[in-house]
Ligand binder design. Structure first.
Ligand code: ADP
Ligand code: MG
Length: 670
């Protein structure tokens, strides 16, 4: 069922305004002329020929050359896809890109969005049975595979932005390749037609992809790129927002015409800088060109996104403040100057609790070059990197594939939930070792996410809904049973940040003293909860944070994670407010349902020995449990320095263990 939404109506309002015939012809000619001047157009015949003769094609070409908007249209124009033989699906890692590209291509084809050209993203679908070109997020295509195993409604699958290498894109590579093979074998049965696969990207190890896809043909689309001068800062910048602001005004005051594109890590930074630019620009001399800030990020209302593409008003320079959407997915005309802060919020896993996204990360060298390239699309340009040349040399060459970054148990759970039954035999582009896959399966089994037959259990299905490492999602889901979701959500969120305490090196003693009032006798988990309760009582007062040596910024980040987790709980009908009040043993028992392997018991000599590995572990001096002797402990992590230290420690009773993980402890005992 199609959902009504603001931009769809808006779009209808503008395009159904009847163009009279002359206007229509004029617009159509303009669009045709625009399409013909794109760099990709000169290769149109060759591209169509190759697509006709090959089942799989890899297309590489500079961002903005026309891959994403033109190739699907070429496929339709050449009759390689149609409403009769099957349509074209084009995947995008980001929903903003999927939506914008569909709009653009509908405009180019002079059709109403949702008829010939449409998009499908989570909670918003404008496609219809007439749709022959559909832009969709990779997550949505994975979902479609669950209901249409061979993706029979499509004749061509275009996997765009293949270099992103998220877990989802990697899964699609393997799954689509398999679907292609099956469709070839069953060709003709029940009218099954072979599937064509097109892999596209601006920045790709094309040979590696070609090898994975049975030596697929590689097409290079020549782009136009003018020289771009690249500048580094001499000193590292403590505050990239401040550095970006200064650079924007320096460019504006000293450099000739041309718009500015600033790459920033996320919405907060973009909104902050937008306000600052608009404020400061009122102080420009009246004779000077004006400056107009245009933000661009995923959550921006679509009506505002359009501003980015519209030419700046008379006598005004546009400053586009964008996340990495503008790096390769979306091309903005008129950019001559790029400012690159060198950071991105990577969709990825926070190593502490495995929560997805929200992670500020230095970009890779290949991202830095992509950003630089945005300045040279229409003429020579300049790129200002807000970091030193040394810092640049330290960057990773390419973004590391997510499957190498995240906890493998989370990846395996996700694969299983997407219908991959045999994860050992799955066709990975970067195959994890067999041993590590087996370990991940064992972990999931111990957690109860998969059953004795290796199938996903009901619990496992729920766990896969959470963007968390499986141990944490298990704890979160079990909190329903223990009646302590409020506490569990709060503690997990706080564990996602480095520390909620602030310990300046010159005030170590005062900080330790201040911390004492939050200490809970049962350890670190409940101590964190105490901090948050006090923080809520004073409504996050900054002065209170300073006086109590609480890291206000980190708590704020943790609260964002909390909001995210609350939304996920509501989605699976859990009450995120259920609380066990003063009966805090329940909180620790609940943690044990996920962390039963991270436990140790007190030995007669006063040391602690781990239950899983029979290893001597020491409580870290930073823990609330340091120096205490209790029957047993549970811990978040084991760190190796000179000794095996455990951190994030709480007291438990050994009798709780078999109750928390009956399967695991029965096996250990027998
Ligand atoms: P590629 O996929 O190779 O990076 P695209 O097909 O996305 O290139 O874009 C080709 C060209 O189409 C861009 O250079 C840009 O000029 C134009 N274009 C794309 N989207 C829009 C839009 N929403 N508004 C105006 N022009 C656009
Ligand atoms: Mg593209």
């Amino acid at each position: 069922k199609k959902r009504k939404n603001g931009h769809r109506e808006k779009f209808n309002a503008t395009t159904t305004k009847r163009l009279d015939h002359a206007e229509f012809i004029k617009k159509k000619e303009e669009m045709a002329a625009f399409r013909k001047q794109l760099p990709i157009y000169s290769g149109r015949e060759a591209i169509i020929n190759t697509l006709q003769t090959s089942d799989t094609v890899i297309v590489m070409g500079e961002t903005g050359s026309g891959k994403t908007t033109q190739i699907p249209q070429y496929l339709i124009e050449a009759g390689l896809a149609s409403s009769e033989i099957g349509s074209v699906a084009v995947t995008q890692p980001r929903r903003v890109a999927a939506v914008n590209l569909a709009k653009r291509v509908a405009e180019e084809t002079m059709t109403r969005l949702g008829s010939k050209v449409g998009y499908t993203v989570r909670f918003d679908d404008t496609s219809s049975p007439q749709t022959v070109i559909k832009y969709l997020t990779d997550g949505m295509l994975l979902r479609e595979i669950l209901s249409d195993e061979l993706l029979l409604r499509y004749k061509v699958i275009v996997l765009d932005e293949a270099h992103e290498r998220t877990l989802r894109t990697d899964m699609l590579f393997g799954m689509v390749k398999k679907i292609q093979k099956i469709r070839l074998e069953r060709q003709g049965q029940d009218g099954i037609l072979p599937l064509k696969i097109v892999i596209m990207s601006a920045t790709l190890d094309a040979e590696k992809f070609s090898e994975f896809f049975n030596n697929a043909k590689i097409l290079y689309v020549s782009g136009r790129l003018y020289p771009v001068d690249t500048m580094f800062t001499v000193e590292p910048q403590a505050d990239y927002l401040d550095a970006a602001l200064v650079s924007i005004f320096q460019i504006h005051v000293n450099n000739p015409k041309g718009d500015i594109l600033v790459f920033l890590p996320g919405q907060d930074a973009i909104e902050g800088l937008t306000t600052l630019v608009n404020e400061y620009s009122t102080q420009l001399r009246p004779t000077q060109q004006k400056l107009l800030a245009c933000p661009l990020f995923a959550a921006l209302p679509p009506s505002q996104q359009q501003k980015v593409f519209d030419p700046a008003p008379e006598n005004t320079r546009k400053v586009v403040l964008s996340t990495n959407i503008a790096e390769t997915s979306i091309t903005i005309p008129g950019i001559k100057y790029v400012i690159d802060c060198g950071l991105a919020k990577l969709r990825g896993f926070n190593p502490k609790i495995g929560v997805e996204s929200l992670l500020l990360h230095p970009i890779s060298k290949s991202s830095a070059w992509q950003r630089t390239g945005r300045a040279g699309r229409e003429a020579a340009g300049v790129c200002y990197r807000l970091y030193t040349e040394d810092a640049f040399r330290e960057l990773e060459d390419d973004t590391v594939p997510e499957i190498r970054r995240c906890n493998l148990a989370a990846a395996v759970l996700s694969l299983k939930a997407s219908g991959v039954e045999n994860v050992l035999e799955f066709d990975y582009m970067d195959r994890p070792s067999r041993a590590s896959l087996v370990r991940a399966l064992e972990e999931l089994y111990a957690l109860g996410a998969i059953d004795d037959h290796g199938n996903l259990s009901e619990l496992g299905k729920q766990m896969a809904e959470f963007p968390l490492d499986p141990t944490y999602s298990k704890v979160l889901i079990q909190s329903k049973e223990y009646g302590c979701s409020l506490e569990i959500i709060a503690i997990i969120s706080l564990l996602s940040v480095d520390s909620v305490f602030f310990t300046p090196s010159d005030k170590r003693e005062q900080a330790t003293e201040a911390r004492k009032k939050f200490l809970h006798p049962d350890g670190d988990h409940l101590t964190l909860l105490n901090v948050l309760k006090s923080y809520w009582e004073v409504k996050g007062d900054i002065e209170w944070c300073k006086e109590n040596f609480i890291n206000n910024r980190n708590i704020k980040i943790a609260m964002e994670v909390r909001d995210q987790l609350i939304r996920f709980c509501e989605r699976i009908d859990m009450d995120p407010k259920s609380s066990c009040g003063s009966d805090t043993d329940n909180v620790l028992k609940c943690f044990l349902t996920g962390f039963f392997q991270n436990t140790a018991l007190l030995q007669p000599d006063g040391s602690y020995k781990s239950v899983a590995g029979s290893q001597n572990v020491k409580i870290h001096p930073g823990s609330a449990m340091f120096g205490k002797r209790v029957e047993g402990i549970l811990y978040n992590e084991l760190v190796f320095t000179t000794k095996h230290y455990v951190r994030g420690v709480s007291a438990i009773q050994s009798a709780w263990l078999p109750l928390a993980a009956p399967k695991y402890f029965n096996n250990v005992r027998s």
